[in-house]
Design a protein around this ligand. Structure first.
Ligand code: DHB
Ligand code: FE
Length: 286
């Protein structure tokens, strides 16, 4: 069976990637954000899994807006980095793990999650920025193969938070039933509160974000019970991206240990949050 060893929730703000690509991380405006990432990055560098599953949303870069799967999974052996209009980010393409992808697909379909299947997929900032948050200097390759699970958060009606949490629980069971003994990291991405357009453009809600950072560890059911309208009201029209963190949380144990969290306002128009959890049973002291 495969074992989920950690879960990482992180924002995917494109300018975080741009700041890294342009060597701006030590500039005063960026330094506090990247300083906040440091303890998580150090821990992650010592806990590289065999495979990662990254729950993300495409922003009409990999898939045309005419086609919006509610849930999807990549089954490719390589995912190319999307050109979002400014040229591709100077980061490696992402190697996949088709064998585990097809196992997850079969198990999830059998559990009633009819995922759209991507035999090829260009991955945008929703995918590559979280990888950069995890691994700032990947060199020629990311630390391990990564499987994309795609969630529609950009077009009404988005799946409910409860459905995302249930998908995560089914994902956890599907990973556990994989015949090989491998370790897995799960990333839930997007958020935190932000709204990019409309009369509330620039909306950020730190009170909600801090509640979310606590509840994602201790009370995910509370977050799963919120409607999509609750998310949009409390976290902004793009803050609903946070439902993707619930897929990650659902794949983890009931009790998880916080390794590190960080919160910075703003990164571009967004409240940037990070939360890293150890999913392994705590070792008794003494
Ligand atoms: C921003 C945030 C996002 O989540 C996104 O997809 C694009 C831009 C921003 O804050 O600039
Ligand atoms: Fe986004």
């Amino acid at each position: 069976m495969s074992e989920v060893i950690w879960g990482l929730g992180t924002s995917h703000v494109p300018s975080i990637g741009a700041a890294m690509d342009r060597g701006m991380t030590a500039e005063p405006v960026w330094a506090p954000l990247f300083e906040g990432y440091r303890p998580a990055r150090e821990w992650l560098a010592d806990h590289t899994p065999d495979v990662a599953v990254l729950i993300y949303n495409d922003h009409a870069n990999g898939v045309d807006l005419d086609i919006v799967p509610t849930f999807g999974i990549g089954t490719a052996d390589r995912y190319t980095v999307a050109d979002e209009g400014f040229g591709k980010r100077p980061v490696p393409d992402v190697l996949g793990h088709p064998e585990l992808s097809f196992h997850l697909l079969q198990q999830l379909v059998d559990e009633g999650f009819d995922l759209t299947v991507f035999g090829e997929l260009d991955v945008d900032h929703g995918f590559t920025v979280p990888l950069s948050v995890w691994t700032p200097d990947p060199g020629d390759a990311w630390p391990c193969p990564v499987i994309p699970i795609m969630v529609n958060v950009i077009r009404y009606p988005q799946p409910t938070a409860a459905r995302c949490y249930a998908l995560g629980q089914a994902l956890g069971r599907a990973l556990a039933s994989f015949p090989e003994d491998i370790t897995v990291g799960v990333l839930g991405t997007g958020g935190m509160s932000h709204q990019l357009a409309g009369t509330r453009a620039g909306f950020i809600n730190p009170t909600f974000d801090h509640m979310f950072l606590d509840a994602i560890q201790h009370d995910p059911q509370k977050l799963a019970a919120m409607t999509r309208e609750d998310y949009i009201r409390e976290a902004g029209s793009e803050g609903i991206e946070l439902i993707m963190w619930l897929v990650m949380r659902g794949a983890m144990n009931a009790e998880i240990t916080k390794v590190h969290s960080a919160y910075h306002v703003p990164a571009s128009n967004t409240a940037a949050g990070l939360a890293l959890f150890d999913n392994r049973a705590p070792v008794a002291a003494g």
